[in-house]
Ligand binder design. Structure first.
Ligand code: URA
Length: 190
């Protein structure tokens, strides 16, 4: 895993030499965890702390762990894109934006390598970005959430359980119940 991170860092250092882009790598159980959780990209807090799913996203994660009955250190937590995608408003304030096609194309091969290293029992994707990275660009979360599906990474089959992104639930209250039901179902299949 250390070697993987060094290679990844070296690649992005040569790509964006002038920019200070903090890479936020995965953390947790790196050796056959029951779940590898894959989010979209780090946000501000993740970049400041150098860890995925902390701050507000970390609170959502705690709810997830409580329902499935696991501790943070029992699973592996990562993101498709390892840098924070940002945009700057005309007034100069910096905020998050979804990863663009270039970022996705650059980071997805590293995500596949990471999955091969970690060898999770189940991949849990959060939201459309992680889902599409694994199942292809035509996959949509509405059609896949809450059930086990299969994908192939570098020739190896993996079980995937897609969930809505917890952040999308904050903006769409009707999804809260669906998300909770999906979590209960996840608990029965891990
Ligand atoms: N924090 C992360 O690390 N990933 C997300 O997808 C959202 C918040």
């Amino acid at each position: 895993m250390e070697q993987f991170r060094r290679r990844c860092r070296a690649f992005f250092d040569t790509l964006w030499p002038a920019e200070e882009k903090t890479l936020v790598f995965g953390e947790g159980k790196t050796d056959h965890p029951p779940i590898m959780l894959i989010g979209e990209a780090p946000g501000e807090q993740e970049t400041l702390q150098g860890r995925p799913f902390v701050g507000k996203a970390g609170k959502n994660l705690d709810g997830f762990l409580q329902v499935v009955g696991l501790n943070r250190e029992d699973i592996y937590i990562s993101n498709v894109v390892k840098v924070r995608p940002t945009k700057v408003s005309p007034k100069g304030s910096v905020s998050n934006r979804p990863p663009n096609q270039e970022e996705l194309a650059l980071f997805t091969p590293y995500l596949y390598e990471e999955i091969m290293l970690v060898q999770p029992g189940m991949i849990v994707t959060l939201g459309n970005v992680a889902l599409k990275a694994l199942l292809g660009k035509d996959a949509v979360i509405g059609a896949y959430h809450g059930r086990v599906t299969e994908t192939t990474v570098q020739g190896q089959g993996f079980r995937v359980f897609p969930l809505y992104h917890p952040a999308s639930i904050i903006y769409n209250r009707s999804l809260t119940e669906v998300y909770q039901q999906d979590l209960e179902r996840l608990k029965t299949v891990i």
